[in-house]
Write a protein that binds this ligand. Structure first.
Ligand code: SF4
Length: 241
């Protein structure tokens, strides 16, 4: 097997794959399948949500999406045709609304100029090519691109984020709190099967446990379904990295 990534600890007995499987099973047993991404208007709503959720709580994204829906703008064609000011007014609850409106319009311009406005045509392309094109768009970083790829496009891509960094550092898998996005993602891709459904729900589980139990300050270790796997369990109070 290839050498482990520099920011990943030596594997436990049995290897990282079975260990990750155990982490996922415990989270799923506790929280159930998370059914992400909740989008009644399909993949385009997921894409809009991936843009809007940058630097804002999801509850605000929901309000912005509801406004877009009420205005009839939750389709590529409608949003492409709408004036940027109208889009911005709808998404005001999501913060940075002028910037986000411009970026959503840029995505639509890209979708129409290259794929005739068809998400099916876009997502028929190979993963690596679509990812590179998304990353070239203004305002799309790896987390947004991978959220679009996994949750809208159905590609087998693991989304990682600051929650992933904190949780897996505490669990002892990552040796550094500044492990890069690419290293984190490579860890999951290397040790798990390329299964879209697994990646979809594993990321959702990580966000859930990080929001409810493995909090930034004062993690609730006594309630944690991962406690028996965690070298830092048992220190419920106080702060830790
Ligand atoms: S045992 Fe505590 S530190 Fe470890 S993952 Fe659970 S909540 Fe986080």
């Amino acid at each position: 097997m290839a050498a482990e990534l520099p920011s990943v600890a030596p594997p436990p007995a049995g290897g990282w794959g079975p260990w990750l499987g155990a982490v996922y099973r415990r989270l799923r047993e506790r929280f159930g399948h998370r059914q992400w991404w909740p989008a009644q208007d399909g993949p385009f709503e997921v894409i809009v949500g991936a843009y809007l959720t940058q630097n804002v709580a999801w509850v605000n994204v929901e309000k912005a999406i509801a406004n877009l829906r009420a205005a009839g703008l939750l389709t590529p064609a409608a949003l492409h045709a709408a004036p940027v000011e109208e889009v911005a007014a709808c998404i005001r609850p999501a913060g940075y609304y002028r910037q986000k409106a411009e970026r959503l319009k840029i995505f639509c311009d890209y979708l129409f100029s290259r794929y005739g406005g068809s998400l099916d045509a876009l997502f028929a392309r190979p993963l690596g090519e679509v990812r590179a094109e998304l990353l070239a768009l203004k305002g799309v970083g790896p987390e947004t691109a991978d959220s679009i790829l996994c949750y809208a496009g159905g590609y087998p891509v693991m989304v990682v984020d600051a929650y992933t960094r904190r949780l897996f550092y505490r669990l002892g898998a990552f040796t550094r709190t500044d492990i890069s996005y690419d290293e984190m993602q490579a860890f999951f891709h290397r040790h798990l099967p390329a299964d879209t459904g697994l990646f979809n729900d594993f990321h959702a589980q990580i966000v859930t446990v990080s929001n409810r139990i493995c909090l930034k300050r004062g993690p609730r270790c006594r309630e944690c379904p991962l406690a028996d796997l965690c070298p830092r369990q048992g220190l419920d109070e106080g702060e830790r990295p």
